[in-house]
Design a protein around this ligand. Structure first.
Ligand SMILES: O=c1[nH]cnc2c1ncn2[C@@H]1O[C@H](CO)[C@@H](O)[C@H]1O
Length: 378
C-alpha cells in the first residue's frame, strides 16, 4: 500500500472529483458518529442506560422514561456529564465497530463482528429515531456526502416509527415523507445536488406474516411516493437469515398483482459456500432484482454471474470483493460506502480510494475510477 502522504493525497483527489451516486448506504450509518455524539447527545432531555452486555441505549423524553428490560436505570446525560471529571470517556462510548487494535483479535469470527455491528445500530436507535434528531441527522449525512462530491444518494432505510419528546410516534409514511421534505430543503440550499431515493428495508429475521405486511406497505408507499421510493430490500446478516427463496411467495406478490416494486436485494454477502443462503444471488436475479447488494460470492456462481452481466445488474460495495476480476470481464459495478459511520469513515471518497488501490494496484488509472462513477448514474 502507498505511503500515508500518497494516501492522503489520493483521498483528497477523490474527494474533489465527481463520484456520481452512492447507491448503497444504510440509513443509520450514513452520518459520522462524531456528529451524533457532539450534537445529538448534548440536546436536552437525553437519557442513557447501559445494557447487561455493556451497550448503551438512549431516549429523549419530557418525563422520566420507563425502565428498559436488561438495562441499568436511566440517567439524564446532562446530570451525568456534570458529575464526570472526564467527559470524553463518555463521549467515546462505542457507537461504531471501529477499533484501533488488531481487528483479527478483536473480531475473531463473523458471529462476533455481526453481534457488535447490530448492537451499535441498537445503541444509535434511540438517538436517531427522535424526530428533531432524525431530520438533522439525515441533513448532516447529506452534507457529508455532498462535501465528498456525491451528487445522488440511494438510501437503504428501515423507515421506523419516529418519536417525539412526549412519547407520541409517527408512522412509516411520515418517515418517508420527512426524508422527502428534508431532501427538498437540501436541494433548495444546494441546487446542484440531484436528490435521494429510498429503498425501503426490513430485517431478514422477520417471519412470513411480518414480511407480507411490509411488502404490502412497500407497494403502497411505491404508489403514494413514486418520486422518492426506489424499491425494496431485506437487510441484516445473510448467513443467519432465511434464504430469499423461503420468502418467494411473498416476494412474488407485487409481480402477481401487476404492481411495480423494484427489488435491490442484498445477496452473496456470504462465504458459506453451498448453503441455502449461498443461492440468494441466483434467486435475487430470478426475482428480477435491479442491483445486487455486495455479491462478493458471485465468482463462485458462474450461472448467476452470466445472468447478472447479461441483464446489466450492477453489484454494489467492495469489501472482500473479487471486483477486479469482474471489472476485467466488463461486469457492471458501482462503489458505495454501505455504513461509513460504523467503519469510522465518512461519505464516499474513502471507498473510492480503497477501490483504486485494491482493484488495479499500481496499474489503476483515473479511467477506471471514471467508469465506476459513471456506472452509478446509469
Ligand atoms: O452490509 C450490510 N449487510 C446487511 N445488512 C446491513 C449491512 N449494513 C447495515 N445493515 C443493516 O441495516 C440496518 C440499519 O438500517 C442494520 O441493523 C443492519 O442490519
Amino acid at each position: 500500500s502507498p505511503d500515508p502522504r500518497q494516501r492522503e493525497a489520493l483521498i483528497k483527489l477523490e474527494a474533489s472529483m465527481q463520484l456520481g451516486g452512492a447507491l448503497h448506504v444504510h440509513d443509520f450509518a450514513m452520518t459520522s458518529v462524531e456528529w451524533l455524539v457532539k450534537n445529538a447527545t448534548y440536546r436536552p432531555h437525553c437519557y442513557m442506560c447501559l445494557t447487561d452486555r455493556q451497550s448503551v441505549r438512549f431516549i429523549f423524553s419530557s418525563q422520566w422514561p420507563k425502565a428498559l428490560p436488561q438495562c441499568s436505570p436511566w440517567t439524564l446525560l446532562e446530570n451525568l456529564r456534570a458529575k464526570l471529571a472526564n467527559v470524553t470517556e463518555l463521549d467515546n462510548s462505542n457507537l461504531t465497530i471501529f477499533t484501533d487494535q488488531d481487528p483479527e483479535t478483536v473480531y475473531p469470527t463473523q458471529e462476533e463482528i455481526w453481534t457488535t455491528f447490530e448492537q451499535a445500530f441498537l445503541a444509535l436507535f434511540g438517538l436517531v429515531t427522535y424526530a428533531p434528531v432524525f431530520r438533522d441527522y439525515y441533513y448532516q449525512g447529506l452534507t457529508e456526502f455532498y462535501t465528498d462530491n456525491v451528487m445522488y444518494l440511494e438510501l437503504r432505510a428501515l423507515l421506523p416509527e419516529i418519536y417525539e419528546l412526549d412519547g407520541s410516534t409517527h408512522d412509516t409514511a411520515w418517515t418517508l415523507k420527512t426524508y422527502q421534505d428534508v431532501t427538498r430543503q437540501f436541494i433548495t440550499e444546494h441546487p446542484d445536488f440531484f436528490g435521494t431515493r429510498v429503498i425501503f428495508t426490513v430485517h431478514r429475521a422477520v417471519n412470513t406474516s411480518a414480511l407480507t405486511r411490509t411488502v404490502e406497505e412497500a407497494m403502497k408507499l411505491q404508489r403514494d411516493f413514486p418520486d422518492i421510493m426506489a424499491g425494496f430490500d431485506l437487510v441484516g446478516r445473510e448467513d443467519s437469515g432465511k434464504p430469499l427463496w423461503y420468502f418467494k411467495d411473498v416476494l412474488s406478490l407485487p409481480a402477481e398483482r401487476g404492481v411495480t416494486l423494484p427489488f435491490f436485494f442484498h445477496a452473496g454477502e456470504t462465504d458459506l459456500e453451498g448453503t441455502e443462503v449461498d443461492q440468494n444471488m441466483l434467486d435475487a436475479l430470478l426475482l428480477n432484482t435491479s442491483r445486487i447488494g455486495h455479491g462478493f460470492a458471485l465468482l463462485r456462481h458462474p450461472v448467476a454471474k452470466g445472468l447478472s452481466r447479461k441483464k446489466g445488474v450492477a453489484l454494489e460495495d467492495l469489501r472482500n470483493h473479487p471486483a477486479a476480476a469482474l471489472m476485467l470481464e466488463n461486469h457492471p459495478l458501482v462503489i458505495s460506502s454501505d455504513d461509513p459511520a460504523m467503519f469510522g469513515s465518512s461519505g464516499l471518497s474513502y471507498d473510492f480510494y480503497e477501490a483504486f488501490v485494491g482493484f488495479g494496484g499500481i496499474k489503476s488509472t483515473l479511467g477506471s475510477l471514471k467508469e465506476l462513477a459513471i456506472n452509478s448514474i446509469r
